[in-house]
Design a protein around this ligand. Structure first.
Ligand code: UDP
Length: 235
């Protein structure tokens, strides 16, 4: 069997990096994720990874701080996750590049679209960090934007603690029903809390398919790439 996609954007939330700790980085958890990513890479799938930062900081959560300052702190958190993931991937002998949307040349390359594409073509995994580099945005929006920019076939949105999109929060409502297929308009109209509206509209306007699935079973990533029906598909 061959993979369903040639080029993907994998969005890993910050929480996925924290494992059972809930905050910060759990190197063992990242190692497990990295091993699964390498299995996808071995199938010659081109992989761009957008990392979140919620395991360190979320701009919105500091209500007494200046929002932009708080958001910049959140973006810096994503860089730490990117470096941890790069370390785990490279320990498995895979070439990677971290790119940052806020310049910090001593740490990583600045985000340059054409260079990112070149890395992908050469089989390097590109980790996109620091979001889009602007406050008031999210890393989900970053995933949508980078997917459009690099012409990815799909966005894989790996979530911790939930395995797809539900009609209400499954952690609160045990009767919540999971969708297998959805379209972006329904997400917006029903105000489903899976991605912010900016990210959702960007995906919708650019016709980028999205698959939302649980990362608690890390092998799901490979299964999704192989076209297995897991999680919720959004078109
Ligand atoms: N952030 C931002 N601009 C971006 C991306 C992220 O300001 O383009 C900030 C924002 O404060 C956000 C934090 O970085 O709360 C961490 O990102 P996010 O909440 O998307 O991470 P995740 O929930 O995926 O772990």
């Amino acid at each position: 069997m061959s993979p369903k996609y040639k080029r993907i954007i994998l969005k890993l939330s910050g929480e996925a990096m924290a494992g059972e700790r809930g905050i910060g980085i759990d190197p063992e958890t990242i190692k497990v994720i990295a091993k699964e990513v390498v299995k996808i890479h071995d199938l010659n799938v081109e992989i761009g990874i957008v990392v979140g930062g919620g395991n360190f900081w979320r701009g919105r959560s500091a209500s007494t701080m200046d929002r932009a300052t708080s958001d910049y702190m959140g973006m810096l958190g994503t860089v730490m996750n990117a470096l941890a993931l790069q370390d785990a991937l490279e320990s498995l002998e895979v070439d990677t590049r971290v790119q940052t949307a806020i310049e910090m040349k001593e740490v990583a390359e600045p985000y340059i679209r054409r260079r990112a594409i070149r890395h992908l073509e050469k089989g390097r995994i590109v980790i996109f960090s620091a979001g889009i580099g602007n406050p008031y945005f999210s890393t989900d929006t970053t995933a949508a934007l980078r997917a459009a920019e690099i012409n990815a076939d799909v966005i894989l949105l790996a979530k911790k603690g939930v395995d797809g999109i539900y009609d209400s929060d499954p952690k609160i409502n045990h009767e919540a029903v999971k969708y297998t297929d959805l379209d972006y308009k329904e997400i917006l109209n029903k105000e489903l809390k899976i991605m912010d509206a900016t990210a959702t509209s960007l995906c919708m306007d650019n016709d980028i398919p999205l698959i939302v699935f649980g990362i608690d079973t890390p092998s799901n990533m490979l299964d999704v790439v192989m076209g297995k029906d897991i999680g919720t598909k959004v078109k």
